[in-house]
Design a binder for this molecule. Structure first.
Ligand code: PTJ
Length: 250
């Protein structure tokens, strides 16, 4: 697709990200509903000032500790994540020693195979969630997301579920797993239910999470107490403060 966004456009980065997602949709990675999910995310990204906030940085540190110290960490991949940051998923899986599992809300075998190809092209070796013989179910879920890999999400103690639906977050928690999510909407059910919610655009936050995992591995970061509810309240007050500042300028 031709790129029509001028480099000096004030919102160039967000517009490039949008274009990347649209291209990924055209390439068969992203569901139609994924475009809508992205639009909702963009709206919240404006409200946080399109920057990684202090509260997001807190959550990223906590997430890095959880991933690095987990026994069976798993990164769950959907169409949007595969379209937006395939290379970073693989980098993260390496620094956190985490498995990668494709798990789609809008199940579609063709899309799953396209995602699989893109992950392989970006350097992934083992990818779970594609071998039907190795699949099983987690209880309490009606959507296709209940079907998980026996060697992946099923046995995981920590699962990273970026851009998630609320029902699965609840089901994963009921199954005794620690859930980490990226969600730009601090009020979504997933954001409110997860153990660690990173209120940031996954495109920005995942790089910070990779760095934090590296620092944690090298013992350059200390583990800190983390309370998700308090941190979400902080992220909501950061939005309020940002809007107040903007309103003064306008
Ligand atoms: O590929 P599939 O079939 O698994 O489907 C994936 C989608 C994203 C369509 C599916 O999981 C879905 O419908 O998700 P929801 O319920 O729309 O939730 C998406 C959440 O992610 C919303 O709260 C958005 O605000 C948020 N979001 C959207 N884009 C981003 C984001 N959060 C972080 N970074 C983003 N880039």
């Amino acid at each position: 697709m031709t790129n029509l966004i001028p480099k000096n456009h004030p919102r160039a980065h967000s517009l490039y990200v949008r274009e990347r997602l649209v291209n990924a949709f055209d390439d068969g990675l992203v569901a139609k509903e994924g475009l809508m999910a992205h639009g909702r995310g963009e709206a919240f990204d404006y409200l946080i000032g399109e920057k990684t906030s202090k509260s997001a940085k807190n959550a990223i540190k906590a997430a890095a500790f959880a991933l690095v110290s987990a026994k069976h960490p798993v990164i769950s991949v959907n169409g949007n994540i595969a379209g937006l940051c395939p290379r970073e998923i693989i980098e993260l899986s390496k620094v956190a020693n985490a498995k990668i599992e494709i798990n789609l809300f809008y199940a579609n075998e063709k899309r799953k195979q396209t995602i699989l190809k893109v992950l392989h092209k970006n350097g992934a070796k083992e990818i779970l969630g594609v071998d039907k013989k190795n699949s099983t179910r987690i209880s309490g879920l009606d959507s296709a997301r209940r079907i998980v890999d026996r060697d992946g999400i099923y046995i995981a103690d920590v699962v990273l579920v970026p851009l998630e639906d609320g029902d699965r977050t609840i089901a994963l928690k009921k199954a005794g797993k620690k859930v980490i999510t990226f969600d730009l909407n601090p009020l979504s059910r997933t954001a409110q239910t997860a153990d660690i919610t990173i209120v940031d655009n996954v495109v920005r936050g995942i790089r910070e999470l990779i760095d934090a995992c590296e620092k944690t591995q090298k013992k350059k970061l200390r583990n800190m107490p983390f309370d998700n509810k308090k941190n979400l309240a902080k992220s909501i007050s950061e939005i309020r403060n940002y809007l107040t500042r903007r309103a003064r300028i306008a």
